[in-house]
Ligand binder design. Sequence first.
Ligand SMILES: [Zn+2]
Length: 498
Amino acid sequence: MFTKSHKASSGYPSRPVVSQIDDPTYLLCKELTRILLPIKEKAESFIQNSYHLKEILSKVDLQDFKKYIQISFDMSNMYPSIPIEETLQLVLEELLVDESLSQRTKWKPHDIVKLTRICMETHFKTYEGYILTQTDGSPIGKSFSGCICGIFVANFEKKFVLHNVDTSFSCPLLWKRAEDDVYCIWQHGPRKADMFLNFINSRHLRIKWTKEMQNEQQILPFLDMSIQLENNQLITKVYRKSTHTLRYSHFRSNRPKEDQLNNLKGLLHRAEKICDRECDKFEEKQLLSNAFIACGFPVSDVDRIVQNYKPKTEEEKLQERENLNKLDKMYLPYIPRVSNKLKKQLRKLNIHVVFKRGRTIGSILCNNKPKNTNDKRKNVIYRIPCECGMVYFGETGQWFDARVQQHQTAVKKLDVKNGIAAHVQQTGHTIRWSEAKCIDQHNYYANRKMKEAIYINAYAPGEGNFGCLMNNDLGSHIDPIWKAISSVIQDSVKRKDI
Ligand SMILES: [Zn+2]
């Protein structure tokens, strides 16, 4: 569950975000994304990123009207608000008129929609072991959700914003959307902007928008740009939230130096592309320069890169990508000093090395995953003690608490086939049910059986001798070599007892 901690005023809204990478539909979702993406991208309002928007802004003609206002609109809770049935119908309509569909896939529109419906079904396993099903809205964490939402919102815009003929409102001069954020240039004054907001908020029960107006200096931040309206011109520069700390990864951190310097180059690229005025560009470069030197980068390196930086042309980038694609790739962990030399050597053999992110101090010290509670676990090996100190080891593919209940029933019925029940029948002892614990886990039956046998045999003194065990048998046959580490296994069980 992902909680928006910065939204205290609305009671910390949260939404389920679960990686769907190991979901059975993962690959299918990916293929559907490939098929549906061009439909999303052909929407009239579609913008890819701030560079794309900047290009569009440079072509906007602002001469005809006197009073423009910049407004950003934001669709509240976009993913969960999308009505699925309605959207699937729209997807079908779009697919049926898509002339280039046959170039992307042999699948027929109806089949694509059927597959999309199957992929929509989303389940979340909670840490308590309960499985929750998302019944409506598009699932966050599945790759095609962006396309699905894009298709729905594009249709909404087509009907009510861009070609809205059946009301007295005129359309906005410019309406460009990146996912759920819209940049809008409004030419009918602030009062009508309020009416326009009311209008689009009353079109669909579940679709709600909020708006933010430009400030007194006629500046509106949008994506990572600060856009200023001045003398009927739109002037952009880099925008950072006031909470931005300007802390980039420290030069001494365990990362390839090349990547770290590329990080600076990336930000310089943004400065070059987004800042219109030379003074803004200069200021931004100065800021980056200081920030990176403060992060331990050598002054000479930073100065050299900042002074000599020239943005690559699209052709250069394309060429670079093509060259890399020709090489074989190898993924390695990064080890300072050794890795860079290795990378150079492998490059001579036409192998491109990509460094993987290794373990970080954060990942070692901090585990945010809540622990499984004992009862709501499946596929476990467990241990149940008696008041006399004897123990029972078992394994189960069911919920652990359900399995314990079965043992309790067996005891009540004095079912001697059950080891615990047989012990109670013979001795009249009381079983310490509250101390029953899971001690190990494996998803596969054969491996669980193996582990169960390892635990049992670590406690059984010898063949046919059950020692302090309540078990009726020794479980699966295992190699006697395991006996050599019985004490280690017993210790590990003791640790899990705490
Ligand atoms: Zn006992």
